[in-house]
Design a protein around this ligand. Sequence first.
Ligand code: DAH
Length: 357
Amino acid sequence: MSEIDSLKAQLQALQEKALALFADAADLKALQALRVAYLGKKGELTSVLKGVGKLPPQDRPVIGQFVNATKNALAEALDKAESLLASKEKEARIDAERIDVTLSGRTSTPGALHPVQQGLHEMTAIFSQMGFALAEGPEIEDEFHNFDALNIPAEHPARANHDTFFFDIEGTADTKLLRTHTSPVQIRAMQACVDAGGEPPLAVVAAGRVYRCDYDVTHSPMFHQVEVFKVDKDVSLAHLKGVLQHFLSAYFEKDVPIRLRPHYFPFTEPSAEVDIGCVFCNHKGCRICKGSGWIEVLGSGMIHPNVLKAVGIDSSIYSGFAFGLGVERLVMLKHGIPDLRLFFENDVRFLRRMGAK
Ligand code: DAH
């Protein structure tokens, strides 16, 4: 084969191979590499051109035209493949970055106070408005504040009823306990007043956790109480009843009938349990109030002279009333919550339904 025919054949083969590779290029980057490999200074076409110098002069323009045609064909094919790949890549990007504007947004769920805390705040707020001052006491108590000063001496059967969690503090002879009720705050508040050289009137509300070694459907080893008391000259049972009537109607947001039923507590004399007209049947009698129309809600009474004596308040001058209530119980009655355990399981569906107001 003549020199020129061999060159033509080489160019032909190069073009065929190049066009096939261009059409197969996976992406723009690969295509760019092919452009350099074929049309670049050190590319395939250049190396074929090196053979042109060996041709006789009259053949050179002929092959020159052939080379130009090949070059143009490659350039054209590259441009075509490039615009095809560019539009393919653009489509892929648009597909990948597509935003579904109909998708609902991500909302944040605001936190809320636990229903027991909400109830506790509602209750103490009512007493604050009535002029009772907020007080606190420790959850780890001693026998004096939890029992003795409240007229519950060591052998008293009421101590056994309290199902107390006792524990010893290492290195001391003291017996400590988890308070079984909020009544020790009465003692602490009265002591603080006397120690500061003050004297009644004293009107206090205290709320917090209490502990009893007791667990079943209606009892939890930890629950909450609100304790209220007032000490002054001439405080009577009528004041107690008036405060209870106002509080219970304010808390239940309706006029609830109340009644005081004689009872026994060591720290009050006389003592009474307080019932409200059943909030489920409007006092008519139902399954929940066992047909009586009444539901027991709290314990109360006139502060026992021994309690005043224990803190150094003269019971011949001063008298007082006191009462204590279970927060969970009142929240359950107000919102028709059937099971005490719901408060402690923290099922988020229950908490959401009881959400912040
Ligand atoms: N401390 C009592 C209890 O937990 C409740 C109670 C009854 C409190 C009568 C009082 C009261 O202040 O006067 O069972």
